[in-house]
Write a protein that binds this ligand. Structure first.
Ligand code: ZN
Length: 410
């Protein structure tokens, strides 16, 4: 899927290029497979179904939702075919490798306290430096090439994360609770919608406005215990007004930070996952004006939410929405799940998931206000854990090969 000319496919188009797009959309889970179509490659038509699938993909990836496959959507869709480990990743100065596997690599490096730069799916020089630092830290040759050996180090890690991680998280959170205080800060919580506007609706009778308020209350309980002054933009019965009004309200509170809570809805029911948004121009070229703390909090928050809830990571995005732009303090919006997606709805119908979201907010807030020295720690992993894990893996391998030798000689 590397076209020579600029791609622009829209409703009404047909042919092999449309077939290639459909194939990708099926892989990303945005386009349900249609059993009545036997020869998709010949008959592929950019119909309403495809347009909805493109929109749901664009929405999840923070692209402009227009249902048209232009250059950007095409490039992101093309990058979505790569999973971490599918190909060897390295830094190519003349043409950065791009794709979901690069983003997964960057996210992994961030979790370990390395600094690959923005998690944007572009393998640039900062990511390269972080890969080399990671390799050196775990005793590999720091050549910057993410091949089988480096992948094994990451995969070993994934196993170590999955076992008993919830407990480890809780323990670390308790340690943080006792050793660190958010006391005295003012946080504005903005449950989306309300006052007659329910927002999105979905499976299991879920209503966005109610869910947002529910999570906000769970966050409030936890933050109040830390001595944080929590202010709501709305309650059950009051209307928060427009996003402009909510921003003005936060400014009048002289808040340290604003967190807006929403859920999503896609026309197809195929989109799923969580995303965060901070103030900044989506156009990655001149990085110009943006909120550094907002970005940092948005990244940390999403990571904590994904680690605790298992919702899909739909990444953190720069936006210029009124609530983000008009607030004088860092403002972040969290979209926790798609209500019309069966899996997300099941998760969100469980009060425990809502507690996990609330915990994620508290931990991310603590981390954002911690000093630079503590940024190597994460809610999920620490480098020490990785070193210990790799040592035990090597010991096991040595043991296994020794046992094999015994058998052949014996
Ligand atoms: Zn909403």
């Amino acid at each position: 899927m590397t076209p020579a000319q600029p791609v622009l496919l829209r409703r009404g188009d047909f042919g092999p290029a449309v077939a290639a797009v459909c194939e990708r959309l099926v892989l990303t889970g945005d386009l349900p497979t249609d059993p009545s179509v036997t020869d998709a490659a010949v008959e592929a038509v950019f119909d309403e179904r495809v347009e909805q699938a493109v929109k749901s993909f664009q929405q999840r990836r923070g692209l402009i939702v227009d249902g048209i496959v232009g250059r950007t959507t095409y490039a992101v869709l093309d990058g979505a075919r790569w999973g971490l480990g599918d190909r060897v990743l390295r830094y190519l100065p003349e043409h950065f490798l791009e794709g979901d596997d690069v983003a997964a690599l960057q996210a992994r490096l961030v979790e370990l306290g390395f600094r690959p730069g923005k998690v944007d799916g572009m393998h640039g020089p900062t990511t390269d430096a972080a890969v080399q630092a990671f390799q050196a830290a775990v005793g590999l040759v720091p050549d910057g090439t993410v091949g089988p050996e480096t992948m094994r180090a990451f995969q070993g890690l994934r196993r170590s994360v999955s076992g008993g991680s919830a407990n480890a998280l809780r323990e670390r959170e308790q340690i943080r609770r006792s050793g660190f205080s958010l006391g005295g800060r003012t946080i504005v919580l903005d449950p989306g919608h309300g006052g007659g506007d329910d927002g999105a609706r979905g499976g299991r009778g879920l209503v966005e406005a109610r869910l947002a308020l529910d999570v906000a209350r769970r966050i409030e309980g936890r933050l109040s215990a830390h001595g944080v002054n929590v202010v709501f933009t709305r309650t059950e019965s009051t209307d928060g007004g427009s996003d402009e009004e909510r921003a003005a309200f936060a400014n009048s509170c002289d808040a340290d930070l604003v967190l807006s809570l929403h859920t999503d809805h896609s026309a197809t029911g195929a989109a799923h996952g969580a995303a965060t948004y901070f103030y900044g121009h989506p156009d990655a070229s001149g990085r110009g004006d943006w909120s550094v703390i907002g970005e940092s909090f948005a990244d940390l928050l999403l990571r904590e939410v994904v680690a605790r809830t298992g919702l899909t990571d739909c990444r953190s995005h720069a936006r210029t929405w009124p609530l983000l732009r008009r607030t004088r303090m860092p403002a972040v919006r969290l979209d926790f799940g798609y209500l019309d997606h069966a899996g997300d709805a099941d998760a969100l119908a469980d009060a425990q998931t809502l507690d996990h979201v609330a915990e994620a907010v508290v931990v991310a807030l603590q981390r954002v206000y911690l000093g630079e020295a503590d940024t190597a720690r994460t809610g999920v992993l620490r480098l020490d854990d990785l070193r210990r894990h790799l040592e035990s893996m090597r010991a096991q391998q040595a043991h296994a090969s020794g046992a094999g030798a015994d058998r052949t000689t014996g």
